[in-house]
Design a protein around this ligand. Structure first.
Ligand code: 5AD
Ligand code: SF4
Length: 589
């Protein structure tokens, strides 16, 4: 928070050309970061007082130990086995891949068994109290394991990575004495050094946030269990400061990875046969690459109509629509998804691009959080219920077959019964097919923590949440039922978890589809047949729907580049025809 406060004036230098402001920021920030790096890893006054017993030092003082004396050559893994456990959002999945890529280069090995591990790293989430409680419980188990291990063989090192490390900082080391390493979301490059310090028997921590770190040059090791789809981090941090949210404090300011590095990663994945990439960021559609001179005009960022930001409009840079355009041209048979967007960053050009480009999935996550203007204002979301519903209307007009999903929070500070009813009515009005619903969990440091009162009793929060879930299910069922009889292009993920006789895959709208495993036409209308495997695109005739998935029968293999036409033609529509709710054949709305 302090870092964010001190640096914020630098972001509001308006009269300088943006590129120039950026350069100044880069060099001065770099110097500052370097300086802070030295300060945090170098010796301090107490290091010159010989004999000060370690027990008298706080964890922070331990960390100020002179780790500079550990040369680079000692930051190696020497085949030590590292075990990762990832909690929370998809960004953490991507961060795990980055952290692993860094450690792998230093000679660490990865293990899938915690029992074999020399180093256990938990990639953590702080968004709600419950997420943190899960980590605390896991730490108890791991520390018990570690104690047992000390007696038998090599000591196990435990590291906390990501948001919880950032939020709790050294409090974690002090409370949980057996945690050896803390690395915040911008400190993964420092992991080899931190682990080397830990190997020497001391606790080590780096929770510095950066204005620049995007890990652009770290090619993540994609380790997805289903190897046909991959997550690609394109930006980090969030500047929105929604009043309930800890993310701006744990992940820092927004910064975007240069487009060239993203394109390179997508090309590599495409060459490896990956069929679907999901572009990731805390506020993915506010992507703004200022890394090249020619990207930096002075045009202000365009927002969705009727939406505002809490910060001054940012100028120049290559925008999300430019990135989507470039990425989607790499391979027309590769699906492009993105998450998690903010509703404010959907100017028409993004929507038209999604509508026009066959391989950009017609699926938009549109976190609403509440249906009440009073609550939206208290949440500092920057829009009204009316603006949100207008945006939905605009999206459905431009992308008629769009699938919409959302996030909602029940029981935010001051939420009345009437506010809650307005949320239920908004859920009904839109017709989402997937929802992520949460009870409000107060987080320290946030605006709501300082200024608002968490005054909705927990049983009321739970009851309202259950009501939201019920309405969501009803609506999702209605939206999904409209797909019965349609033909959907499904990207096959593999065998269904429930039965080896069935396969499972996803529609363009990201709905799960289950269908029998049987050979089908090698192409639509062809006579030869071929088995279906993970990574194949198949046309599936939908026969039934629940609120969470669809069932059907595969008809033929297909290709993404052919499928838009095939689905529309097969469903008796002319490509581009508007589809009205309830009669949708190719989409969910
Ligand atoms: N309490 C409950 N839910 C929260 N979210 C973010 N912060 C909180 C909080 N303090 C939810 C929002 C967000 C999603 C990722 O998590 O709905 O969109
Ligand atoms: Fe949190 Fe709001 Fe940023 Fe999303 S947009 S990460 S809810 S502050």
């Amino acid at each position: 928070m302090e870092l964010l406060r001190t640096l914020s004036p630098l972001f509001t230098v308006q009269r300088l050309p943006v590129r120039c402001a950026q350069l100044r920021l880069n060099s001065s920030q770099k110097r500052r970061d370097e300086f802070r790096g030295h300060v945090s890893s170098g010796p301090d006054f107490k290091d010159f007082i010989r004999g000060l017993p370690h027990t008298q030092r706080t964890a922070e003082e331990h960390l100020a130990e002179t780790h500079e004396y550990l040369g680079e050559e000692l930051h190696v893994g020497t085949s030590r086995k590292v075990y990762f456990e990832t909690y929370g959002c998809q960004m953490n999945v991507s961060d795990t891949q980055i952290a692993w890529s860094i450690l792998q280069k230093k000679g660490y090995q990865r293990t899938a068994s915690v029992n074999e591990a020399d180093v256990v790293l938990l990639v953590t989430c702080s968004i709600r109290e419950k997420a943190e409680q899960t980590i605390w419980n896991r730490l108890q188990q791991l520390t018990a394991m570690k104690k047992k291990r000390v007696k038998s063989h090599t000591p196990m090192k435990i590291g906390i990575l990501g948001c919880m490390a950032e939020r709790l900082k050294t409090e974690l080391l002090e409370r949980e004495k057996l945690v050896d390493v803390l690395a915040g979301p911008d400190a993964y490059r420092d992991l080899p050094r931190l682990l080397a310090v830990a190997e020497g028997g001391q606790q080590a921590s780096n929770v510095l946030l950066s204005l620049e770190e995007t890990y652009a040059d770290v090619m993540p090791v994609h380790h997805a269990p289903r190897g046909n789809s991959a997550f690609i981090s394109i930006m980090r941090g969030c500047d929105n400061m929604c009043s309930y949210c800890i993310v701006p404090f744990t992940r820092g300011r927004e910064r975007s990875r240069p487009v060239s590095s993203i394109m390179e990663e997508v090309r590599v994945l495409s060459d490896q046969g990956v069929k679907e990439v999901t572009l990731l960021g805390q506020n993915v559609n506010s992507y703004r690459d200022t890394s090249e001179e020619n990207f930096c005009g002075s045009s202000p960022t365009k927002l969705s109509r009727g939406f505002r930001t809490v910060y001054q409009s940012k100028r120049g840079g290559l925008r999300f629509s430019d990135l989507l355009d470039r990425v989607s041209r790499i391979n027309p048979d590769m699906r492009i998804r993105f998450t998690s967007p903010h509703p404010k960053d959907f100017p028409d050009e993004v929507l038209h691009l999604i509508a026009d480009r066959g391989n950009i999935c017609k699926q938009i996550h549109l976190p609403a959080q509440s249906g009440s203007n009073r609550v939206l204002q208290a949440m500092r979301r920057g829009y009204t219920r009316e603006a949100y519903l207008d945006l939905v209307k605009n999206i459905k007009q431009i992308i008629p077959d769009v699938s919409l999903s959302s996030d909602f929070i029940s029981g935010f500070c001051g939420e009345s019964e009437d506010d809650h009813q307005q949320t239920l009515s908004l859920i009904r009005a839109v017709g989402f097919n997937v929802g992520f619903l949460f009870a409000y969990s107060m987080r320290k440091k946030t605006h709501a923590f300082h200024r608002l009162s968490d005054d909705v009793p927990s049983e009321v929060k739970r009851r309202r949440l259950a009501e939201c879930i019920d309405v969501f299910r009803e609506e999702a069922l209605r939206v999904n039922a409209a797909l019965v009889g349609s033909r959907q292009l499904v990207l096959v993920e593999g065998e269904s978890k429930r039965s080896a006789k069935d396969l499972c895959g996803r529609t363009d709208g990201n709905m799960k589809v289950i269908f029998p495993k049987e050979d089908v036409g090698a192409q639509p209308g062809g006579s030869s047949t071929a088995p279906i495997g993970a990574g194949d695109y198949v046309l599936v005739q939908i026969s039934s729907a629940s609120s969470q998935s669809l069932r059907g029968r595969a008809l033929a293999h297909s290709r993404l580049r052919d499928a838009v036409r095939q689905c529309d033609t097969l469903n008796g529509l002319t490509p581009g025809d508007p589809v009205t709710p309830g009669t949708a054949m190719t989409g969910n709305s």
